[in-house]
Design a protein around this ligand. Sequence first.
Ligand SMILES: N[C@H](CCC[C@H](N)C(=O)O)C(=O)O
Length: 291
Amino acid sequence: MRIRFTKMQGAGNDFVVLDETRGTLGLDAAQYRFLADRHFGVGADQILSVRPSPAPGIDFQYVIHNADGGEVEQCGNGARCFMRFVRERQLTVKDAVRVQTLSGVIEPRMGADGRVTVDMGAPVFDLARVPFDPAGLDPQPEGGWHTWHLALGTHAGSAIVAVAVLSMGNPHAVQIVADVDTAPVAAQGPLIEHHPRFPQRVNAGFMQVVDRAHVRLRVFERGAGETLACGTGACAAVVAGIRLGLLDTRVDVQTRGGLLTIEWTADGAPVLMTGPAITVFEGDIEVPDPS
Ligand SMILES: N[C@H](CCC[C@H](N)C(=O)O)C(=O)O
C-alpha cells in the first residue's frame, strides 16, 4: 500500500503524521513499526493519525502509536504538530481545536509567534490510574509530596531510585538527578520502563533542577527509547517538581531537542505546554502488506 505522510518534529521529538480524515488506512502494529524504522522506513519516535471528529464539540480525533507499534494515550509534542498539520492542510481555519485522544480531550492553540500552546488537561495522581502498584512500598516524604523507591535490576550492581509517579494520560516516573548529562539514562531507562510495578510500562524522566523556573530534562520514553524531547514528560516533570516543593508554577524545560515552557497552578488545574512544531518534509512510501 502506498501512503502519503508528513514528517514533523516538536523540539526534536519526531513524527510521521498521517491524514486519515477521509478514511483510516487500517495499519497494523508491524506497519506502524515499519514507518517508524529509521533504516527501512521513514523514521520517527511516534506515528500520529489525524482522524475526523468523533462527537459534537470535538474537532478531531488524535491516534498515537509509539515506534514499537503500540497505541498510547497521549503525546504532547505531537499535539503541537497536530495543530500545525491541520492548519497547514486547511483541515481547519480555527486558531485552536478540541482533540479527542485515548486519555481525554486536549486543546492545542496556535500562537502568534508560531509556537503552539496545548491545554494538556489535569495531571492524575491516583496510582491505580497511572497505573502503578505500590504494594509493600512506603511513600518517601519529600517536600510537600512523596517519591517511591524502586529497586532496579537484580544483579549485584542494582540501584535504588526515588521516583515521583503520576499520569498525564500516559504514565510517568520522574527522578531528580544532579546533572542530566551524566545521568544513567541508557542504563536505568529500560529498567524503569519495564519495571514490574508499572503494568503498562512507563516513561522514565531524569530532571535536573537548575533553579525554581528552569530545569533540564531527559526522558527514556516507553516504546521509543530516549527521545530528544518528551512533551508529556516535561509536563509530568514540572508537576512533580512543583509538588515536591522545588519549582514555581511556570518553568522553562531545556531538553536536548529544544525548549518547552510548562505552566501549572495547582491540583485540578490543567497543565499548559508551549513549544515549537515544525514540518520537515512530505513524502510517500510503499508500506508492506499486513503481516
Ligand atoms: N512514549 C509515550 C508516548 C509519546 C509521548 C511523548 N513523545 C510526548 O511528547 O508526550 C508513551 O508511551 O506514553
